[in-house]
Ligand binder design. Structure first.
Ligand code: KG4
Ligand code: ZN
Length: 335
């Protein structure tokens, strides 16, 4: 058989995930054990709690992934694993599990950058063509990444303070929403209108960077001020105004980037790529670019999962990237 099978691990934050990926583009299994319930009452991810859950879940996830894919260790060609960026204690569980499997079954170990994984979630929506530009929006990152080839990443712009998803989660907290708040705000936004006109930081500045902390503060101040004077604000309008500001800035900067760096595809990926307002807006914006195809990570693969690590891992495997048994977690890993 000439099919390539990769066993992939993801444990950078609050999902323990193991997947079996065939030829870099077919999901045979993608087991995701989420811990969200355990973190909800704390309003965010508690690193110590997260590592503990990963340890408890990871072996079951491996068994389930192999079983569902109907694959045995002997059938595998490589083991791919997220080794950063993320929470160090969480990353270490995946890295240790992957190293153990690779050593025990004499398989090559392929280290994968979590953000490269997010980009490669789009591989399940169609073939990738280069050069490409990726708008990467997650709970920890907001970046415009230029890909001259399949495994060649260059950051062109990034947030100078909060990540986009982080801003969603923080304003959600002020509205009394549970963590993570992105999806809930997205849904509320569709029932409201941009009546507050929050700032659009750096929108007109001649660079490709972002800033979301000013927007977050404007939102929080508006809510607190209304509380003090006993005024009741429309929460759907608040959500819609916040989202409009985020989407305007992301869209404007991305369009400017596309004009300066001609590419074949625009890839939308990361947890916030699930945002309906953003997906629709980019669809509209891309109509002005005849030669650029918009490729969006499938909705169910926008959040953290091992399938995307398997897809990126396949490209890294082909590129000859290997990790030894001394592979370590790198919490602040960059491209
Ligand atoms: O990529 P991800 O699963 O984890 C990280 O690597 O950070 O992203 C999680 C983030 C959270 O901040 C969550 O609120 C946000 O993605 N998110 C959304 C939506 N769905 C998830 N933000 C806006 N709109 C959504 N529909
Ligand atoms: Zn992520």
């Amino acid at each position: 058989e000439d099919r390539n099978l990769i066993l992939a691990f993801e444990s950078s934050c609050d999902e323990t995930s193991v997947a079996v990926i065939e030829n870099g583009n077919k999901i045979l299994s993608n087991i995701v054990a989420t811990q969200i319930k355990s973190h909800k009452r704390f309003g965010g991810v508690v690193p110590e709690v997260a590592s503990r859950h990963h340890i408890e879940q990871v072996t079951y996830c491996i068994d389930d992934a192999l079983c569902e894919a109907n694959v045995d260790y002997d059938d595998l060609d490589a083991v791919a694993v997220t080794y950063g960026p993320g929470l160090v204690g969480s990353l270490l569980v995946g890295v240790t599990a992957a190293k153990t499997v690779a050593y025990a079954h004499d398989l090559p170990l392929v280290p994968v950058n979590h953000m490269a994984g997010h980009i490669y979630a789009a591989r399940f929506a169609g073939e990738l063509h280069f050069p490409a530009l990726a708008l990467l929006v997650s709970g920890g990152h907001t970046e415009l990444v230029y890909l001259s080839g399949p495994y060649d990443f260059k950051i062109i712009g990034e947030t100078r303070d909060d990540a986009c998803g982080e801003a969603y989660d923080k304003v959600g907290r002020v509205l009394g929403l549970t963590y993570p708040a992105g999806k809930q705000i997205d849904e509320m936004a569709h029932k409201g209108h941009d009546t507050f006109h929050f700032p659009r930081a750096m929108e007109k500045e001649d660079n490709f960077d972002f800033s979301f902390s000013g927007l977050k503060s404007a939102f929080i101040n508006t809510v607190h001020h209304a509380d003090q004077i006993g005024e009741k604000l429309d929460e759907n309008d608040l959500a819609a105004s916040f989202q409009q500001s985020v989407v305007d800035v992301l869209a404007e900067k991305t369009v400017r980037c596309l004009k300066e760096f001609p590419v074949k595809q625009l890839i939308l990926a990361g947890g916030v790529a699930a945002n309906q307002g953003l997906r629709t807006r980019l669809d509209e914006e891309l109509q002005a670019f005849d030669d650029v195809e918009l490729i969006k990570a499938p909705l169910r693969l926008c959040g953290d999962n091992a399938a995307m690590i398997g897809a990126a891992g396949y490209e890294a495997y082909l590129a000859g990237i290997r990790g030894g048994l001394d592979l370590n977690a790198d919490p602040s890993l960059e491209f």
